[in-house]
Design a protein around this ligand. Structure first.
Ligand code: ZN
Length: 108
């Protein structure tokens, strides 16, 4: 029973289809139940490509955040704190991720 009780695949990717709405856990694009996949939480955080993406977008976000730039954090310090937040997320997150068609290749 539960989320994985009725897996459906589209034959294009190895992950079951995400049948609900919501937003992509990677890029934040809205998903409609036809264009997204379920990624098990372990595989989600184990993806090097996703970690790279998270780091890059996290550093970009931080660099455009006036509070952080006022603290004069170096890019290295910012990168470390972004990686730390990802590591914390990976420890506390227990539900599978919803990932859109554009992002699913990061996990294959
Ligand atoms: Zn996406």
């Amino acid at each position: 029973m539960g989320l994985f009780s009725k897996k459906e695949y589209d034959g294009e990717h190895d992950f079951p289809l995400w049948k609900k709405g919501g937003v992509c856990d990677v890029c934040g694009k809205s998903i409609t139940g036809k264009n997204a996949y379920i990624i098990p939480v372990k595989e989600f955080y184990a993806s090097d490509k996703y970690r790279e993406y998270y780091l890059k977008s996290g550093v970009e976000k931080a660099l455009s955040n006036p509070v952080l730039t006022r603290l004069n954090a170096t890019p290295q310090q910012i990168a470390l704190s972004v990686l730390e937040s990802l590591s914390n997320l990976s420890k506390s997150d227990t539900s599978p991720a919803a990932v859109c068609k554009d992002c699913v290749e990061m996990f294959e």
